[in-house]
Design a binder for this molecule. Structure first.
Ligand SMILES: C[S@@+](CC[C@H](N)C(=O)[O-])C[C@H]1O[C@@H](n2cnc3c(N)ncnc32)[C@H](O)[C@@H]1O
Length: 285
């Protein structure tokens, strides 16, 4: 407990930016202490009460140093992350999972589509595979194509597919948006694409520089990927299918650039926003 408080104080003194799945020093301190001491994820009180060894303390010291001095996000230090209740391997080849879309997946995309009729899903820009894997877990009969342009990211996607034993239902494919596909069409296309504009990229806190630039940067106005999804989405959706895209705080730019599209902006109980939904029929208008 003392160790936790001490680590928390070290982080607080450093004026860090919290934007990678936590919003406070206490949670980050807990993640680092747990990792350095090799504590099980559901800790036994007895083990928590034991004093830490010199080696464990040294390990923790190094982790705190990297968090404070190099501004490495905690998830890259622990290399694990929860998404929609699922534990994933995450390293610097992929964006740290934090999309509010997790909540929608946990609700099996209700009330927007009847989960019983969903057979296929595409996750465009899959990164760690968090969205694709969560879709396969929450909708146990669907097949998911996990698409990403980055071979390095896809190596991580494949680690997570294997860990969750989903090799039969989740396919990781290198693809520039839909380019590597044949005639595939989907009931749901879901995407958390890059959506950071050039000016915003230049002003991001240091923590974000540890994430792959290609996972964040999307041209001058942040809409490079969104434009492709909006122009090609309808062709890739089956009748009654839906497109769900996270655009974060680029929402205003999206509304301004596509004034005729009847976006539904989703709301989330656990917070977060900037996610729109369109049906195939709406995309065709
Ligand atoms: C914001 S990250 C999202 C990762 C993951 N889906 C998540 O929610 O944590 C965007 C991902 O899109 C990928 N990407 C960037 N440009 C792409 C493109 N043209 N086609 C496919 N994927 C792309 C990046 O490599 C990155 O993994």
């Amino acid at each position: 407990m003392q160790l936790l408080a001490r680590t928390q104080r070290s982080l607080q003194r450093a004026s860090l930016h919290y934007g990678h799945g936590t919003d406070n020093a206490r949670d980050e301190a807990a993640a680092l202490v747990w990792h350095a001491l090799g504590l099980p994820l559901a800790p036994m009180p007895a083990r928590l009460a034991q004093p830490a060894s010199a080696r464990q303390l040294q390990r923790l010291e190094k982790l705190v140093q990297r968090r404070v001095q190099e501004r490495v996000p905690v998830v890259y230090l622990t290399q694990r992350c929860w998404f929609a209740g699922l534990l994933l391997h995450v390293d610097e080849r992929v964006l740290i999972p934090r999309s509010p879309i997790a909540e929608l997946i946990e609700q099996r995309f209700a009330p927007w589509i009847d989960a019983r009729r969903v057979r296929t899903i595409a996750d465009v820009g899959t990164g760690s595979g968090c969205i694709a894997i969560a879709c396969a877990r929450y909708l146990p009969r669907v097949r998911v194509d996990a698409l990403d342009i980055s071979p390095a990211a896809l190596a991580v996607t494949r680690i997570n597919i294997r860990r969750h034993r989903l090799g039969k239902r989740v396919r990781a494919l290198q693809s520039d948006h839909f380019s590597a596909l044949g005639k595939e069409a989907y009931d749901i296309i879901v995407s958390n694409p890059p959506y950071v504009g050039r000016r915003e990229m230049a002003g991001l806190p240091a923590e974000y520089r540890h994430e792959p630039e290609g996972a964040l940067a999307a041209g001058v106005d942040g809409l490079d990927s969104v434009r492709v999804l909006l122009s090609q989405g309808a062709q890739r959706l089956r009748a009654g299918g839906i497109l769900v895209v996270e655009v974060g705080n680029t929402e205003r730019e999206v509304r301004r650039s596509f004034p005729r599209l009847p976006f539904t902006w989703l709301e989330f109980e656990r917070g977060g926003g900037g996610v729109f939904l369109l049906t195939r029929e709406q995309l065709e208008t």
